[in-house]
Design a protein. Structure first.
Ligand SMILES: Nc1nc2c(ncn2[C@@H]2O[C@H](COP(=O)(O)OP(=O)(O)OP(=O)(O)O)[C@@H](O)[C@H]2O)c(=O)[nH]1
Ligand SMILES: [Mg+2]
Length: 429
């Protein structure tokens, strides 16, 4: 079966021309679809008429559930395209119209986009909450409180004698601003988790050349992604694979083995390795001998877990139990990609670690764009909360705060980013 969706002012006329009349609203009706040009039958299909404004886009909409063969879909699209005022939709145009008609705000649009591209369960749950207005509801509440604060300040500016500002007004404004600031700070504090769930947790595989980093990447991703050879220095560039670890999105990064080299390409690879070591959420230091990583890796920032590789080669130590990831003193894990020994222990520890980083409830802020808007709001609130500020200045800070909220929900000042957001959608959404 194929579903063809349509939206716009020409829907009623189109349905009358092709489906032999307007079906009852919001009911699935079996109709013969005919080419208006010559009356020939195209298909028998379920047709649903969804009158605006209570539709996804806010306009009149129609859905044709026809047989899914290419010939049927092509014939139907050809007839629909020939109707006056009908044309093929652009990517994301349905959601764009829903946004333009006030059915969705920008954070909800971002939720739709994230739901479409969600790869893991945690991403799906987070996107659903966003699409459902999780962040917009909070933003609307803050906006109401700030508008009240602005109204109080501005009424005072307009009517009160400059020297005679009633303390009660200043106190109420102060309370409102402080309450909103506290809530915004809480939401911002959880934003790192939200962005991590959306973009994936990064785990970088580091170690000397030939340690077995690329082999472990291939084993964990169950694909032959990275080239593996016994030549030290095989991997030159950083390489990423996306995995679903217990519902959490994980980006595993293979890197160039660390060593002194005069070779230009390898040196650039090593420079990239060091950079990734600083920005990952976790570093796995792989070494065949089980030696600890050099100090600059340990002090790079993220936690480092030591992994001794190729234990199938050292039968004696293969019988030792794997330790716990308690820092960087000595090997915490031992594994063999060749036999599979120790892989499950490492995966179990990784899952537990990522779960401890992930929020228990879905985060509200999931993108840098949203975080930047809230940081602007927070800065404005901190300024507005300053004691003994002249009322004019306070009003100005509060106005900056409501402006930041308006750009969060896409009501003002976002024209330049709209194209970018909607172009990431697929056609038909
Ligand atoms: N016996 C044994 N050999 C392994 C194991 N893992 C990797 N090897 C071998 O070790 C060699 C190097 O493996 P790679 O995965 O390319 O090592 P790397 O750390 O990516 O090396 P560079 O890219 O050069 O930094 C290859 O010949 C692998 O087949 C293992 O668990 N057991
Ligand atoms: Mg490699």
């Amino acid at each position: 079966m194929a579903v063809i969706r349509a939206s716009g002012p020409g829907i009623r006329f189109g349905l009358e021309s092709i489906a032999g009349g307007l079906p009852a609203p919001r009911r699935a009706s079996l109709r013969s679809l005919r080419d208006p040009a010559d009356g020939s039958l195209i298909d028998q299909a379920i047709v649903i008429f969804l009158p605006g404004p209570a539709s996804y886009t806010g306009e009149d909409c129609a859905e044709f559930q026809c047989h899914g063969s290419r010939a049927v879909v092509a014939a139907l699209l050809r007839c629909l395209d020939a109707l006056p005022g009908w044309r093929m939709a652009e990517p994301g145009e349905f959601t764009r119209r829903a946004f333009d008609n006030g059915r969705l705000d920008l954070t909800e649009v971002e939720g739709v986009a994230d739901l479409i591209s969600a790869e893991t369960d945690a991403q799906r749950r987070q996107a659903l909450r966003q699409m459902d207005g999780g962040l917009s509801e909070r933003a609307a509440g803050w906006r109401d409180q700030l508008l009240r604060a602005r109204a109080l300040v501005e009424a005072d500016l307009d009517f009160a004698d400059e020297d005679d500002v009633p303390d009660s007004v200043a106190a109420e404004v102060g309370d409102l601003v402080a309450a909103v600031e506290r809530q915004v700070s809480e939401v911002l504090a959880a934003s790192a988790h939200g962005e991590r769930i959306r973009d994936g947790f990064e785990v970088a595989l580091l170690g000397p050349p030939n340690a077995g980093k690329s082999t472990l990447l291939n084993t964990l991703s169950r694909r032959d992604v990275a080239i593996v050879t016994d030549v030290p220095g095989t991997t030159r560039d950083t390489l990423e694979v996306h995995l679903d670890l217990g519902g959490l999105p994980l980006t595993l990064i293979d890197t160039a083995g660390l060593r002194e080299t005069d070779e230009v390409v390898e040196a650039e690879g090593i420079r990239r390795t060091r950079r990734r070591a600083g920005t990952a959420d976790l570093v796995l230091w792989l070494d065949e001998t089980g030696r600890a990583p050099p100090d600059d890796i340990v002090s790079a920032g993220p936690p480092v877990w030591c992994v001794q590789t190729k234990i199938d080669r050292i039968a004696a130590s293969a019988s030792q139990a794997a330790g716990s990831p308690d820092g960087t003193s000595g090997p915490a894990f031992q594994l063999s990609a060749a036999t599979g020994a120790g892989i499950d222990t490492l995966l179990g520890a990784l899952t537990a670690h990522l779960l401890s980083l992930a929020p228990t409830t879905p985060a509200l802020v999931t993108r840098a764009r949203q975080r930047l808007c809230l940081e602007r709001l927070q800065a404005a609130l901190v300024s507005a909360g300053g004691d003994d500020l002249p009322l004019e200045i306070r009003a100005e800070h509060l106005r900056r705060g409501t402006d930041a909220l308006a750009s969060l929900t896409g009501r003002v000042g976002v024209e330049d980013i709209l194209g970018e957001i909607f172009s990431s959608f697929c056609i038909g959404k």
